[in-house]
Design a protein around this ligand. Structure first.
Ligand code: NAP
Length: 245
């Protein structure tokens, strides 16, 4: 029987690449989108083209909303039965700014989406998963670099994801559930345009030790490995996927 992965924020970027990769490996894919139905449909089409046994479910979900997150997990369980992997991926940046210029509403939106949202997803995962399953939280190199002058609020929210990963791995390890995180570096997705700097990946990529930005697919492979049984003795780890940045 095919295994099932649940991915938040699968309509674009890293979440979409991860959905397509799991589908190509024969997994069922349940993914969420926030408001971008057209992109979600495109992810479904790509999964269906890539998958040889799996099925795909797209569900609208706002990770800031407790009931919406519960509904996502319920829909995935009703459609596919059990869930074997959760990718806690949905996340946002706000327009680049110094902290002196940040208003409280912006900070609340970033923290609610990236911290509260990730914790709600982690809670539902803990309530749903069983022994032999795994969670990957999507952090960021910003947690280590601090994102000064750009997104210091975002960097702090990703520091929280690192702490969540360490605690959750210890809490769920005795139940046979592994929890790890990845810290992507500069990856070519829409998130940079959301931050008001669409060329950010092209401009900063060459400053990375590997001399380029990363593709979402390269991040997806790391996530897949961490969820897969090939990583059976890996838990509580936070892997930089950043070209050395
Ligand atoms: P992206 O291309 O901007 O996609 C963001 C995804 O999150 C979309 O699927 C979006 O849905 C969804 N989303 C936004 N707000 C949401 C909410 N309130 N509830 C549920 N879903 C929501 O971003 P990305 O670059 O792939 O980023 C994915 C993850 O990687 C994020 O956690 C990000 O912080 C992290 N990351 C990215 C980079 C990078 O360079 N790209 C680097 C480090 C870490 P809609 O399509 O419906 O809007």
């Amino acid at each position: 029987m095919a295994k099932t992965v649940l991915i938040t924020g699968g309509s674009r970027g890293i979440g979409r690449a991860t959905a397509v990769l799991f589908a190509s490996k024969g997994w069922n894919v349940a993914f969420s989108y926030f408001g971008n139905q057209k992109s979600a449909d495109e992810t479904c089409a790509k999964c269906e083209r890539a998958g040889y046994t799996g099925n795909v479910l797209a569900r609208k979900c706002d990770v800031r909303d407790e009931l919406s997150v519960i509904d996502l997990f319920t829909a995935a369980r009703e459609r596919f039965g059990s869930i074997e992997g959760v990718v806690n991926n949905a996340g946002i940046v706000a327009p680049q700014s110094s902290i002196a210029e940040m208003d409280v509403e912006r900070m609340k939106t970033v923290f609610d989406t990236n911290i509260l949202g990730a914790y709600l997803v982690a809670r539902e995962a803990a309530r749903t998963l069983h022994s032999g399953t795994a969670i990957v939280n999507v952090s960021s190199m910003a947690a280590k670099l601090g994102a000064p002058g750009e997104y210091i609020d975002y960097a702090g929210s990703k520091g929280a994801i690192d702490a969540l990963t360490i605690g959750l791995a210890k809490e769920l390890g005795p139940m046979g559930i592994r929890v790890n995180a990845i810290r992507p570096g500069i990856i070519e997705t829409d998130i940079h345009a959301s931050g008001g700097h669409p060329d950010r990946a092209a401009e900063l990529g060459p400053t990375c030790p590997l001399g380029r930005s990363g593709d979402p697919e390269e991040v997806a492979h790391s996530i897949f490995w961490l969820i897969s049984p090939d990583a059976s003795y890996v838990t509580g780890s936070i892997m930089d996927v950043s070209g050395g940045r």
